[in-house]
Structures are given as C-alpha cells and as structure tokens.
Design a protein around this ligand. Structure first.
Ligand SMILES: [Zn+2]
Length: 303
C-alpha cells in the first residue's frame, strides 16, 4: 500500500517536478491563453509533459491547475468548468505515474488580483473560489494541496483554510520571495519574510512550508530560505526555485540555468533539510533528471 506523503518524507526526501507553464508554451500554448483548459481540450499534451517528469524521476507532480480557480478561469470564459478542469488535472497527473508510486499535488496558484480595499475582489469571493477549487482537487483524489506563489498572508490564509476544509490529506503553503535590491535578504512583494510566513502557516494548519519562484531566488537563496524555515518551524520544508536568475531576452523574462549548473545546489538543499525539492520557472525534465541522479547518490551515501 502507498504511504501517505507526510509519512514518505519522514523516511527520505522526495523529488517534485519542474516548470509547467514554460513547458506548455513549448508545446504550443500561446502567451495569455488558458493553459488549464488544456486539461480538457489537449489532455494528451499535458500528459506528455508530466510523463516527461515521471520518466526523469519525479516522485511528485503538481497538477496543471495553477490558474484553476473560478476567478482565474473566468478571465478565459471557463468559469463553468472549475470542477472539470481540476478533476482532469488530477486524473492526468495520476495517469502520468502509470504503475509507479507517485504523489499528485493539487496546485492552487494566486487568484490573480487584489482584495478590497486595494482591489476589486471581496474576501468572500476569494474564499469561495479557493474552496471550490480545493474541493474539486481533493474529490478527484489529490494526495496533497499546494497553495503556491503566494505573497500575502491574507490570501495564503484563505487558501490554507480552503484546503483544510476540503479535507486535503496534506496541505502545503508556498511563498514567492524576491531578493532585495541590496541583495542582503529576501521577502515577498508584500513584505513577508520566511520566519513570519512559517509561523503563520503553522498557525493556519499547513503540514509543509515551502517556497517557489520569486525573483533572484536561485538554488543558493532557496537553501538560505530552507535554513531560515527550519529555524522557525518544526514542519517539513519544500523548495522549488527557478532555474537561476531572470534575464530579459527579446522583451521576455527567461530563466536559463542549465541542469549542470542548477544540480550543484541539490545536495546543499538536502543537507539544509529540504524534504521535497523541485524546480519552478525555466526548469525542465533534464533538470529533474540531474536532480534525481544527485538525490539518489546522496540518499545511497547516507543510508
Ligand atoms: Zn516560477
């Protein structure tokens, strides 16, 4: 029988996947179009991307549901498809594992706006949207829910509560930090540092504290964040940094750290105590394959 995710990471670290957005673009999704709708219209393309990660050695996959809340889907006139898009996301990730034991992590990204008084959305609208998405992901059989790329505690809190209330077997909160201009530290766009995020997540029922994406958060900075999280909380820690620093190429932001460069940060991340490692923007199945190799060597040496 398959262990629960939280039990599995007590035994050894797990490998997550790499980027989805950039992979969807590579498979033909046009900028600004709805990648989550592909769960219904182009499921074989989503499956091929996720199979690529499984073949590279991922133990966990994030569902292709980052923008799968009603508020996000509504921008593409898919608000009526919330349950179908999210359920299909879970089904495709599960299928990508085939016979392999793997963990499907239902992905909830930001709702994409600001709440009153700064923006147009009420707290109730966001709570309902996250609740609906979380329930669809749990009902479809997710092993965990991740509330990711978060910058404000208000929105993070609504996501964590939604995941808990939906009955998620494991709840992960993941912050996007930006390195400060002077390079001395990092915090989210809304000014939240890892210590405050960790304490907040613990209070709001998260099982795992995480970081992903952000600006300037490469493997070294992710290691710093893992160390700071571990000092601030006893909860397990997950890290999904981007493939290096952002660069502007043809007016587009790209992350182009190679697998060989990025993999140097894997063992330091494990030694810092990360329980789940993956990649965010710019990371590919080749990066994940390199991570797998490094993790296997490390696990074998520390058995
Ligand atoms: Zn990212």
């Amino acid at each position: 029988m398959k262990q629960r995710l939280l039990d599995a990471i007590r035994e050894h670290a797990l490998l997550c996947d790499g980027a989805m957005g950039t992979q969807l673009m590579g498979a033909g999704l046009e900028q600004g179009n709805c990648g989550e709708a592909w769960n219904l219209t182009q499921p074989e393309r989503v499956l091929a991307i996720q199979r690529g990660y499984v073949q590279a050695g991922s133990d966990c996959l994030l569902t292709n549901t980052f923008g799968g809340s009603r508020i996000m889907l509504n921008r593409h006139s898919h608000a009526d498809d919330v349950v179908r898009v999210n359920a299909a996301g879970v089904r495709i990730a599960r299928e990508a594992f085939g016979d392999r034991v793997g963990y499907v992590i239902g992905d909830i990204g930001p709702f994409g706006g600001l709440m009153e008084p700064y923006g147009d959305f009420t707290e109730a609208q966001v709570r309902v949207a996250f609740g609906e998405q979380a329930q669809a992901l749990v009902d479809a059989g997710s092993d965990a829910i991740i509330i990711e790329t978060q910058t404000s505690l208000e929105e993070l809190g609504l996501g964590l509560i939604a995941a808990r209330e939906a009955g998620a077997p494991c709840v992960i909160g993941s912050m996007a930090y930006d390195v400060t201009l002077d390079g001395s530290t990092f915090r989210t766009m809304m000014g939240i540092d890892p210590e405050r995020a960790a304490a907040f997540m613990e209070e709001h029922g998260a099982d795992i504290v995480a970081l992903n994406c952000g600006t300037g958060m490469d493997m070294n900075r992710a290691r710093e964040a893992v160390i700071r999280y571990r000092r601030a909380t006893g909860l397990p820690v997950m890290a999904q940094p981007n493939a290096g620093q952002p660069k502007l190429v043809d007016m587009k932001v790209v992350y182009d750290e190679t697998p060989e460069e990025m993999v140097r940060g894997v063992i330091p991340l494990l030694e810092a105590g990360a329980s789940i490692i993956g990649g965010c923007c710019g990371s590919t199945p080749d990066h994940i394959r390199a991570f797998r190799h490094a993790m296997d060597m490390h696990l074998a040496a520390n058995r």
